[in-house]
Ligand binder design. Structure first.
Ligand code: BDR
Ligand code: CA
Length: 315
């Protein structure tokens, strides 16, 4: 493992416009082996997100990566989708060709567990949707946190407001019980929360530069992001968009981009009548008195280099 040049990755996602760009980011990297993709409900139904994953892997040049259908609903609560953010088809209403293949027979959780067992200590996991598939996988294989080398999660709002209500972020609030299972499990875990994704945005200048990039990948991605930027204009007041999931992909593939982080145990509020789904970081030092493994919460990245790399991935 020490001299292996490749990074083996399982991606769990709900594509989703920014999920699409995260897949593009990883797919463009010859040293990244995407061993499997799990689909989960979130931005759309799991049937739609799984088919989108198949379409996107074909678009971005990884047509052989297995896609597994995962959870269609949260562990406890009712599902809530996000067509207003990602379009009725999950991809900004941009039509891609029908997939030429079907998802595999295994569930997303089963695929993740099998890949982790086959690659002990060598599989990295990128989770950019609700964490339901991961929580189910931990139930199937309690040793998952030891088998997986590293987990990068896009989710949470630790010291900033949420994007669903005042306090919670979509991926966490869409299945708070599953998220709490994952934060408690003991992974080597990097958290790419709204704290960093809302300040690492694709600017209108970057979106214009993307329009100049020739080829189908860039063209389709630019069309997805046009829809996304229309939504985000209502939030930022200017035409730009947050790059939540691609930033998490970049933290996984290019860890040197991280310039600051803090470590703290993270818990998900499950019972608060006003704060359900909030990610709570206890930053008071309590050495030896908190059994929960700390999560690294990313607070600063080299944003310009990230944006350049994201553009390069679409060339
Ligand atoms: C997260 O929620 C989803 O809508 C996006 O794809 C991203 O994973 C941002 O809160
Ligand atoms: Ca997502």
């Amino acid at each position: 493992m020490a001299d292996r040049k490749t990074t083996r990755v399982f991606v769990d996602c709900d594509p989703g416009i920014d999920d699409a760009v995260a897949l593009a980011y990883l797919a463009a990297r010859p040293e990244v082996e995407i061993l499997g993709v799990g689909a989960v409900f979130g931005n759309n139904t799991v049937t739609v997100t799984a088919r989108n994953a198949l379409r996107l892997l074909a678009l971005y040049g990884r047509p052989d990566v297995p896609v597994a259908v995962g959870a269609g609903r949260p562990l406890v609560q009712e599902p809530r989708l996000a067509e207003h953010v990602h379009g009725d088809n999950g991809l900004g209403d941009v039509e891609l060709p029908e997939p030429e293949r079907e998802p595999v027979a295994e569930s997303a959780a089963e695929l993740l567990v099998r890949l982790a067992r086959e690659n002990p200590g060598e599989l990295d996991v990128l989770a950019v949707g609700p964490l339901t598939n991961l929580a189910i996988a931990i139930g199937l294989e309690p040793r998952l946190p030891e088998l997986v080398r590293r987990l990068v999660v896009m989710g949470g709002a630790v010291e900033v407001p949420g994007n669903v209500g005042s306090h919670a972020e979509a991926n966490i609030v869409n299945d708070p019980e599953a998220a709490e299972v994952v934060f408690a499990a003991g992974f080597d875990l990097d958290l790419v929360a709204l704290d960093i994704t809302m300040k690492t945005v694709a600017t209108s200048d970057w979106l214009d530069r993307l329009k100049e990039v020739p080829g189908e990948r860039a063209e389709r991605t630019s069309a997805f992001l046009d829809f996304y930027a229309d939504f985000y204009k209502g939030i930022f007041g200017v035409r730009q968009c947050a790059m939540h999931d691609p930033l998490a992909a970049a933290v996984l593939a290019d860890p040197h981009l991280v310039t600051e982080a803090f470590e703290a145990p993270i818990r998900v509020e499950l019972t608060g009548s006003l704060t359900r789904g909030m990610t709570v970081a206890d930053r008071r030092p309590r050495p030896g008195r908190d059994e929960r493994r700390v999560t690294r919460v990313i607070t600063s990245v080299s944003g310009d280099e990230f944006l350049d790399r994201m553009l390069d991935s679409l060339r």
